[in-house]
Structure formats: C-alpha cells, structure tokens
Design a protein around this ligand. Structure first.
Ligand code: FAD
Length: 444
C-alpha cells in the first residue's frame, strides 16, 4: 500500500504520523514544494517580534525525524498534476529540474491556502510581503532591518498580531482596512470597537474604510501605499487581506469543490474521487451549530482533519466531528476570543437569535489586579440553545471562558446548561458568579 501526501505541514504531517501508527507496513511518502515541514505557522508573528528566538524553533519535527519513523519526505518537490484514473502524480523536482511520475494507492491533498494578493500587490518592489510560511517570515525579517515605518493592509487577526510585534520592534505602524472596522470577520461591531481602542492606545494608526490603489517605490524598494484617502509612507508593507484554498490539484483530480470554494469532503475526509482525501486549510468542514459546510482555516482543525485522513488512508475508520469556529488571538494587552456564531452571523442565517453583553472584572474586585472583561453571549430565542460567544479581555482571561462555551456548544447545550455549570471559583481567578454565569443568567 503506497500512501502519498501532498503538503507537509499541519494536516499532512498529522496524517502521515497517524497512518504510520495504524499501518506499520505501508509505504508513506510526503511531497512538499517548500523547504520546511511540520512547523507552527501560528508562531511566525512572534519570531518577528522577538518573543520566539528563531524560525527553526517553530519546527515540531524535522525531515530526518520523520524519515526515522519510516515516513519518506521529499522537499522542494511540487506536485503539478494528477491522473486519478491511473492513480499517478506528476511531480516536479525543483532542484533537479525534472518531472517524474509517482504512483499512489491512496492520496491526501493537504495543500493549505494561499494568501490573496490583489493586483496592486503584485510588484517587483522589495519590502512588500505576505505572511504565510517561514520563507515569508524570513523575508519580512530581512526587510525590517533599518525600517522605521510599517504599513499593514488588512485588519484581520494576522494583521493585528503583526501590528503588535512590529510595535515591539519600535516601528511606527499604520493599519489600513477596507471595511468599517478591524477584526470585522470575527466579531460583532461593538467588540470590534473595543479591539480598535486598545490597538490605537498602543500607537497603531488604524484607518478604516480605506481602499488601497497602488504602491510607490524608489530604487526598487517600496516607499509607500497609495489609497483613496492619500499616501501612506512605509518602508515595509505586509498584505494580509485573506486566503484562498489551494484547490488546483483537487480540481485536476476531478474532485468536487464546495460552495465555500474549498474542497468538498465527507466525514472521513474523502473527496468525491475514489482514493483521494483532502484535509486542512484547503478543505471544507461542517459547522456544528448550523450543520452547514464552512471554510474556516485554523490550526487545530487542520491537525485533527489530518489525523482522521491518516487513519482512513491506512485502512481504518475515523470521522471528523466538525468545527465551531473557535478562535483566539492576542493583540497587545488583549486576548480576543470567539466560538460558534456572532449575532451578525446568526442574523445573516435568519436565525431567531438574541445576545446579552456583560462587562465586569475577571475576578473578585477586592483582590488585587482585577481586569475588565467583556462578554457577549448569543442564543436562540425560545429554545434557549447557545449559539456562540465573543470575549474581549486582558491577557489570558478570555481563554478559560471561550473554551467553556465551546465545550457546551459541542453538546448543543442551552443557556440554562451554561448557568448550571459548576465553574471554578477563588478570588484570584474569578468572581463567585463568573462573568459567563452572569451573562447566562441575564439571557434566559
Ligand atoms: P499549510 O500549513 O498551508 O501547509 C500546506 C503545505 O502544502 C505547504 O507547505 C505547501 O508548500 C504545500 N503544498 C501546497 N501545494 C503543493 C503542491 N502542489 N505540491 C507540493 N506541496 C504543496 N491557526 C490557529 O488556529 N491559530 C493561530 O493562532 C494561527 N495563527 C496563524 C498565524 C499565521 C501568520 C498564519 C500564516 C497562520 C496561522 N494559523 C493559525 C493558521 C494555521 O497555521 C493553519 O491552519 C495551518 O498551518 C494549516 O495547515 P495545513 O497543513 O492545512 O496547510
């Protein structure tokens, strides 16, 4: 049995490891067009800020370690075509400059996403970047040498993480966002505003409702970003305006692409083509609240999908339970978290939803260092079914709470179920009625 995996990061390597455990005799080969495998892209902003020393620290397992476990790893090998009927791949060996045909019995496409590059960002000017992988991070690192002004285009979570880390290096930062506010894809408007306030307090010049029209440069290096609201001078520009699933190989295999634009898979991560699986950022998942197919590319999802695919490729049976869109990010002093649906998302789906907002402190006010915490809890009117939460709070405080709600959403719990939860309490950690319990009490 020859199991072939295209893409050697979160989904691909989880699949390879799982398949190896499940079937010690299978031949497993991973092709990646890049030079790095098995690393945490999530840590990239923190290398740039200096909290993580080196890009190499992000690597979980080296190619040598994978090979020692009997997993063949071919770096700088780009898969350029598939013949699903013959069960073969066309692979370009970038170093040798030649193309070979590789057979497979079962194939996993774990090809991830690519950052969107608008036309104006396709340029020969140096100092203009996206941040997707380690080479992107290294290129940004090199551009930061001697740079004083950074412009981040896009106010999503990666842009916000970068803003903090660029400020940590002493750069001035302008953030340009086309929409009405930053963090717009993950939060309802009042919570977007809370994030913006803190980001601005930390010296980031946030400009929303601004459309980028071009770049200026001198001597081959970027000098600014042209917008419909004037020129923003910059020595480094990072474009962080979204991602697109890499579906070219799935299409070439004849696999169905879902309405979200990502590869359609069943619960076993199998595509519509026999023997071809897809997992990770390039694949759709079922949202456990709405039961709809969604594309929400995140790290745990990719790892989990990879494990499921690995077991199934190796002849076992595993299913992926779906996702809740649970996410958290740090920007300056804030931890910003969400799970399930926002009120805006629930409204767009025509759900009969309502929300309550509670602003309090994370722990007993009489104990030192109580910090503000803001929670929005959303539920279905009538049934009381929990739909989601958004939490904006200091440091790690949102993490404990968002995970409680995520665990309950998984069980399709109600607001009453949340209110009935026996949560941990001592003055340094929470109030006797934690902010989540207060929100549940007010919502039912
Ligand atoms: P990828 O990591 O994209 O790997 C795909 C691999 O496939 C690549 O190595 C690519 O070279 C290879 N490939 C593609 N096409 C071919 C081909 N034709 N031939 C050969 N090889 C190919 N998620 C979170 O949950 N929390 C976070 O805090 C978080 N922070 C992030 C911060 C940043 C800056 C970035 C960029 C991402 C972050 N993510 C975060 C997302 C997370 O990193 C991804 O969900 C995860 O890496 C997806 O893994 P994957 O294996 O599906 O795809």
């Amino acid at each position: 049995m020859r199991l072939v995996i295209v893409g050697g990061v979160a989904a691909g390597m989880s699949a390879a490891s799982r398949a190896r455990r499940f079937d010690p005799a299978a031949q497993i080969v991973v092709f990646d067009r890049g030079e790095w495998i098995s690393y945490g892209a999530c840590g990239l902003p923190y290398v740039l800020g200096g909290d993580v020393e080196d890009f190499g620290d992000l690597v979980a397992r080296t190619p040598e370690q994978m090979r020692a476990r009997g997993i063949g790893v071919r770096l700088r090998h780009e898969v350029t075509g598939i013949d699903a009927a013959a069960r073969t791949l066309t692979v370009l060996d970038r170093d040798a400059g030649r193309t070979v045909t590789e057979p497979y019995d079962r194939l996993l496409l774990a090809t991830g996403v690519s950052p969107v590059r608008p036309d104006w960002a396709t340029t020969d000017l140096s100092g203009v970047h996206v941040l997707k992988d380690i080479p992107d991070g290294q290129a940004i690192q090199a551009s930061l040498d001697g740079a004083r002004r950074a412009c981040i285009v896009g106010g999503g979570y990666i842009g916000l993480e970068l803003a903090e880390n660029f400020r940590a290096r002493g750069l001035s930062v302008v953030m340009l966002e086309k929409g009405p506010d930053i963090a717009g894809r993950v939060l309802d408007p009042p919570y977007q505003q809370r994030v913006r306030t803190v980001v601005e307090e930390h010296g980031v010049d946030v400009r929303c409702g601004v459309t980028v029209t071009g770049l200026t440069g001198k001597g081959g290096r970027v000098t600014g970003v042209q917008t419909d609201a004037g020129l923003v001078r910059a020595d480094v520009v990072v474009v962080s305006v979204g991602v697109r699933p890499n579906t070219a190989l799935a299409r070439a295999a004849g696999a169905r692409i879902g309405k979200t634009g990502a590869v359609a898979v069943d619960a076993r991560q199998l595509t519509s083509v026999d023997g071809v699986y897809a997992a990770g950022d390039n694949a759709e998942a079922t949202h456990r609240v709405t039961r709809r197919r969604v594309h929400i590319p995140l790290g745990l999802t990719a790892n989990r999908m990879g494990r499921v695919a690995g077991v199934n490729m190796a002849g076992g049976h595993a299913t992926f339970p779906g996702i809740l869109g649970t996410a958290i990010f740090k920007t300056f002093t804030l931890g910003v978290a969400r799970t399930g649906l926002t009120q805006t998302e629930a409204d767009a789906l025509g759900l009969h939803a309502h929300s309550v907002d509670v602003s309090s402190t994370d722990h007993a006010g009489y104990y030192a260092d109580a910090k503000p915490i803001h929670v929005r809890l959303t539920a279905e009117r009538g049934s009381g079914r929990l739909l989601g939460t958004q939490i904006v709070a200091h440091g790690h405080l949102s993490a404990k709470r968002v995970d409680v709600v995520a665990a309950l959403l998984q069980q399709r719990a109600t607001v009453q179920d949340l209110f009935d939860c026996d949560l941990a309490y001592a003055p340094p950690f929470s109030s006797v009625w934690d902010v989540l319990l207060v929100a549940a009490d007010r919502l039912h």
